[in-house]
Write a protein that binds this ligand. Structure first.
Ligand code: ADP
Ligand code: NI
Length: 211
């Protein structure tokens, strides 16, 4: 099977698996991460095919996204075998998609893993990152901002999103992150401005001091 056909089969699998997702982990998230991973791989002289394939599949192993993760992992195993990938390619793809979550705080061992993690992190910042954060927060029943709750989505920017630019592994991703990071800072600035004229400073202080 040619690489293009292998990728097509993988995309079909991913489309089917994530078609109903509204938490920011939909097919288009995988598509964006795959695109970014390919771009980064080219610049960093890594294996493009492994990066792209692993990026398409990176959330298949995320246990929080599925009610039947064991079954999904078996399906992934069957898929990788069915498209004639070599044993070595399968091992590389698996290595790249294991332990890539920032939440778990692990640093991937391979360059390809680092690239997929960087691509995934880039999709959590910038305009898309802002949209995904609010979408995710809503599915968890969270306020986008609230003075009496400390799990609102604005807080997530301080807990995670504003820190991402300093956790990226590759120079290429760090470069891509600059514009996206600025975008989030501008967004927060404007958010406070619009929140309520008299409470702008209060809202900002609140977030910075208590979290
Ligand atoms: P990963 O993509 O590594 O699985 P997560 O599942 O933690 O990472 O995050 C996926 C998306 O959901 C990201 O865009 C992230 O910002 C968002 N998200 C995760 N936790 C929260 C939260 N507590 N509030 C708002 N958004 C969140
Ligand atoms: Ni992801």
């Amino acid at each position: 099977m040619k690489q293009q056909e292998q990728l097509l089969t993988i995309k079909r699998f991913v489309r089917h698996l994530f078609q109903d997702d509204i938490t920011g982990h939909d097919y288009y998230h995988m598509k964006r991460v795959a695109h970014l991973a390919k771009l980064i791989a080219e610049k960093e002289h890594a294996d493009r095919f492994i990066c792209e394939t692993a990026a398409w599949l990176h959330d298949v192993v995320d246990e929080k996204l599925f009610t039947n993760p064991t079954e999904i992992k078996k399906e992934l195993e069957r898929l990788l075998i069915s498209i004639d990938l070599s044993k070595q390619e399968i091992a590389q793809i698996k290595l790249a998609i294991t332990d890539i979550s920032f939440r778990k705080g692990k640093i991937p061992k391979s360059l390809e893993g680092k690239i997929v993690q960087d691509a995934d992190q880039l999709d959590a910042i910038g305009a898309i990152g802002i949209a995904r954060a609010f979408a995710y927060g809503a599915t968890k029943g969270r306020h986008f901002y609230h003075e009496q709750f400390n799990n609102h989505t604005i807080k997530h920017f301080y807990d995670k999103l504003l820190l991402i630019k300093d956790t990226l592994h590759t120079k290429t991703a760090q470069h891509f992150a600059k514009e996206r990071h600025q975008m989030m800072e501008q967004f927060l600035e404007q958010f406070y401005k619009e929140w309520n004229d008299g409470e702008i400073t209060l809202a900002r202080k609140d977030v910075e001091h208590h979290y």
